[in-house]
Design a protein around this ligand. Structure first.
Ligand SMILES: [Zn+2]
Length: 337
């Protein structure tokens, strides 16, 4: 029996399809509308709708502010983030932590806070209040926020007018700022510190997504410098030069597109919806594997820096100034530098 079309009257939890929005996870959403903002809104709505394929619920339940319970990162706090498509960062964080030696590994409680901080870069908690007005209002608020030039650096992306060198520089400054904030609150407010670690992980992990930056090689044993930083938002007048590459493809027609390049999984029918750590691990793409190594190195580094700060060896500024440049040149350098 085919699943029913969702409606507000559908029984909560019963499997059903959202009308007109049947998307496999990782599918490319194509829009050819003239107005970019309308296209973005459409894309977000489809994503919202696609994620509600999982179960039927009251539309207002799509992203209600429930208590987050990651439990092995299989659940979010709402339908939107519970969809497997959006769990990439959580898995990268989990596998990154698992690479550390047992005495340096974060506890699962700490890792939940890190993952939550990471996820909130894409889905800021403050915006959930718009769900009170409806899904459309929530998606508009999210689009407006996601399109702001000043937030592009959180995802290792170009803003509306900078070039790759400047964008990489902006992102590294952000990484420095987050690391400093984490170290400053490590001893007094661990939750705040770990949230910054999560935000830093997000930026690092996004830099390995082929939808965000083009790197010189996918060979896991080679150095992995960055050739070009891509754009997610529309470029300002005069800044949409032919060398700009976009998140969703090569032309500005693809502004705001969701793309399979942003998935942590390799292509293949067997990897459409992997579940459980073993299956997910066997489905990881090469860029995802490299993002995990960079995540592990950061998690190890930030803990060592925190120990140095706690021992009173030096101020957080001095420790960050001493410890971060090597990390940056190994994982976030432009090829031409
Ligand atoms: Zn992101």
């Amino acid at each position: 029996m085919p699943p029913r079309v969702c409606s507000r009257l559908s029984h909560p939890g019963a499997p059903c399809f959202v009308r007109g929005a049947l998307l496999a996870p990782g599918a490319v959403i194509r829009f050819r509308e003239r107005a970019v903002s309308a296209s973005r809104r459409g894309a977000l709505l489809l994503i919202v709708a696609a994620s509600s394929l999982l179960t039927c619920a009251d539309p207002l339940d799509l992203c209600g502010p429930k208590t987050a319970n990651l439990e092995f990162f299989s659940k979010g706090d709402c339908m939107l983030t519970r969809a497997s498509f959006f769990q990439g960062h959580e898995w990268l964080t989990y596998f990154g932590n698992r690479r550390l030696s047992e005495d340096e590994r974060f506890s699962s409680a700490d890792l939940q806070i890190i993952a939550e901080g990471n996820r909130r870069v894409d889905w800021p908690k403050e915006l959930l209040v718009h769900m009170n007005a409806g899904v459309l209002q929530y998606s508009s608020a999210l689009t407006e926020y996601t399109d702001r030039p000043e937030v592009q650096r959180f995802h290792f992306l170009l803003d509306d007018r900078n070039d790759s060198a400047q964008a990489a520089e902006d992102a590294r400054h952000e990484l420095e700022r987050l690391t400093l904030r984490a170290l400053e609150s490590w001893g007094t407010d661990k939750r705040k510190a770990l949230t910054q670690v999560g935000r830093a992980n997000h930026l690092i992990q996004d830099s390995f997504s082929p939808a965000h930056a083009r790197r010189d090689t996918l060979d896991i044993k080679q150095p992995w410098c960055i050739i070009k930083v891509k754009a997610f938002i529309e470029r300002a007048d005069g800044f949409d030069t032919s060398d700009i590459e976009y998140h969703g493809g090569t032309s500005s027609d693809t502004v705001g597109h969701t793309t399979t390049q942003d998935s942590i999984y390799r292509q293949g029918r067997d990897c459409l919806e992997p579940s459980g750590a073993d299956q997910v691990e066997s489905c990881l793409s090469e860029p995802a594997k490299r993002a995990i190594l960079a995540t592990a190195d950061y998690l190890e580094l930030v803990q060592r820096m925190a120990v140095a700060v706690t021992l009173g060896n030096a101020s957080p500024e001095v420790i960050v100034g001493y410890g971060l440049p090597d990390y940056i040149s190994e994982h976030l350098a432009l090829c031409e530098e």
